[in-house]
Design a protein around this ligand. Structure first.
Ligand code: SAH
Ligand code: MG
Length: 198
């Protein structure tokens, strides 16, 4: 039986899985269609919701997605099979920092541990095609990045500072040009500045 994406979304939300918001997802799906994206590398699969949604945009797109949590990986694997997308999506149960890959991707989607965003970006930028983009999710962190005074939780405050550092890092980056979009939980798109040099 072919599943419906809305059902997967509902189940994930019910189980408190931090899946991408609907408008953020649609924005990336449009990016995929408009930019003829055919290879995607996703850091942070959770239960496979975003990877499945990307795969459903067109049948010649291939997704590689990484998830370190064993239970989420198993659930994602199961979901991918239920959607009959195992020919389009490859998922690895691995910590992204242990993952080695020399292939190039048209889109790299960073959606894993927020405290590590700069490290993910630095590690995976070498896997980007010269005309590709690195998209990052959750740059607003539920509004807390603009209003850190709204939390007293020390861990949350630390995470918010890390996201602010990542935004600074993107703004000051010599290699990449980044645009920010107030869509979903705020998304960025980073593209190479000097495409000739790569
Ligand atoms: N992209 C998914 C949501 C991902 S939630 C969607 O929108 O449907 C973030 C996931 O990243 C979590 O499941 C977490 O276990 C995973 N994660 C965090 N740090 C990671 C790392 N270093 N390597 C691999 N996965 C990681
Ligand atoms: Mg996210």
């Amino acid at each position: 039986m072919v599943e419906k994406l809305e059902e997967l979304q509902k189940t994930a939300l019910k189980n408190n899985i931090p899946i991408i918001q609907k408008d953020g997802l649609e924005f990336i799906q449009n990016y995929i269609k408009e930019n003829s994206v055919s290879r995607v590398l996703e850091i942070g699969s959770a239960v496979g919701y975003s990877a499945i949604a990307f795969a459903l945009t067109k049948n010649d797109i291939k997704i590689t997605t990484l998830e370190r949590d064993k239970d989420r990986y198993n659930e994602a694997l199961n979901n991918i099979k239920r959607f009959n997308l195992d020919n389009q999506i490859t998922i690895y149960n691995i910590d992204a920092f242990d993952y080695e890959d020399s292939r190039k991707y048209d889109l790299i989607f960073i959606d894993a541990a927020k405290a590590q965003y700069i490290k993910f970006f630095e590690k995976f930028k070498r896997n980007l095609n010269k005309n590709g983009a690195i998209i990052t999710d959750n740059l607003s962190f539920h509004g807390l990045v603009d209003h850190p005074e709204n939390t007293n939780n020390r861990n949350t405050k630390q995470l918010v500072r890390k996201i602010q550092k990542y935004i600074e890092f993107l703004n000051e980056n010599k290699e990449f040009e980044t645009k920010f979009y107030e869509i979903g939980d705020k998304i960025s798109i980073s593209i190479l500045k000097n495409k000739e040099a790569k």
